[in-house]
Design a binder for this molecule. Structure first.
Ligand code: UDP
Length: 316
């Protein structure tokens, strides 16, 4: 696994080890946290180091790679597109090259709903065209396309998982969300409850029932489980495929605020601010393909449950 010291990666390591899988984590710790992963599993390495990756695969032959390592901040990608294409696209290419060199034929790739840009329909199906509106989404779309060619030419089979809004924390409190700087709604709302510093609600004049943006919040443990099902399908010979990962249910920013208030029993201080550039009014997944093909279903579809696991981690 690459990026196993990050948010979704560290939760997937826990799920894999809980289920008896043997895992090696490659992470350069540029954005991840050393203490998020068992030191016995960790190799500190930059994914641009193809020769280093080849050595890891030779030392520790593996059946499949789950590739998380990437930069994820949309706003940063609008200021520094070069680091997004270098890290997310060239870094992925380095990894896939090392896989081909050592005969590792299965990859699960951490993709994003940002490949769809500002879709006009909801819920979103995988059949919509690529239409990213920022370098982050573009970097993921480009990497998906590289995987299409590696499938065709090198028989490297892959599953691309297009995440909606990953949220929550390990239900046993062993891991949680830690981004620096934090830009995601739920951890910011929880921080506001703790510090009393108001959160900016980015726009209340969207064409949605309460005027705030609607998103599909998916519990990180459910997201992690989708990766494991994808690896298992690939190992059984499944063809390459792209899937949305979301619950199919959308919540507005105001509804998330209400959920945080129910869970914490405290008022969330917030102010209505201007819209954030590039925010579509509504992003909700049609995850029917994932449910039918991989037999996945969310174990934590309830927003309050998602928020409760995040709050439990935030209190630590
Ligand atoms: N949001 C907000 N204030 C914040 C952060 C986020 O109002 O400080 C809104 C944002 O506009 C979006 C939703 O919360 O509608 C989720 O944003 P987040 O950055 O968590 O995820 P994204 O949907 O951008 O991937």
């Amino acid at each position: 696994m690459t990026g196993g010291a990050g948010y979704i990666g560290s939760h997937t390591v826990l799920q894999l080890t809980d289920q008896g899988y043997d895992v090696v984590v490659v992470d350069d710790l540029s954005r991840g946290y050393k203490d998020a992963v068992d030191p016995k599993l960790l190799r500190v390495l930059d994914i641009h180091d193809t020769a280093g990756l080849v050595r890891v695969f030779e030392e520790k032959p593996c059946d499949a790679v789950i590739h998380f390592a990437a930069f994820i901040a949309v706003g940063e990608s609008m200021r520094l597109p070069e680091i997004y294409f270098a890290n997310n696209v060239a870094g992925s290419l380095s990894l896939f090259t090392a896989m081909v060199k050592t005969g590792v034929k299965h990859a699960v790739f951490s993709s994003t709903a940002a490949v769809y840009g500002m879709p006009k329909t909801s819920p979103i199906s995988e059949d919509l065209p690529y239409a990213p509106i920022n370098p982050y989404g573009e970097s993921k779309a480009m990497t998906e396309r590289i995987l299409n060619w590696f499938d065709r030419i090198h028989e490297l089979r892959s599953v691309c998982l297009r995440y909606f809004n990953a949220s929550g924390a390990d239900p046993d409190g062993r891991a949680g969300e830690r981004h620096d700087p934090e830009t995601h709604l739920i951890p910011l709302l929880l921080r506001a409850v703790k510090t009393g510093e108001p959160v900016n609600v980015f726009g209340d004049d969207y064409p949605t029932p309460d005027g705030t943006c609607i998103r599909d919040y998916i519990h990180v443990t459910d997201l992690a489980q989708a990766h494991i099902l994808a690896v298992e399908a690939l190992l059984k010979g499944a063809p390459s495929k792209k899937f949305n990962v979301g619950t199919g249910k959308g919540f507005s920013v105001r509804e998330v605020i209400q959920s945080v208030e129910r869970v914490t029993g405290q008022k969330v201080p917030y102010v209505i601010s201007p819209r954030r550039e590039g925010d579509p009014p509504e992003l909700v997944a049609d995850s029917g393909r994932l449910q039918k093909t991989l037999g996945w279903s969310p174990q934590f579809p309830d927003l309050d449950q998602i928020v409760a696991t995040a709050w439990n981690f935030a209190l630590k």
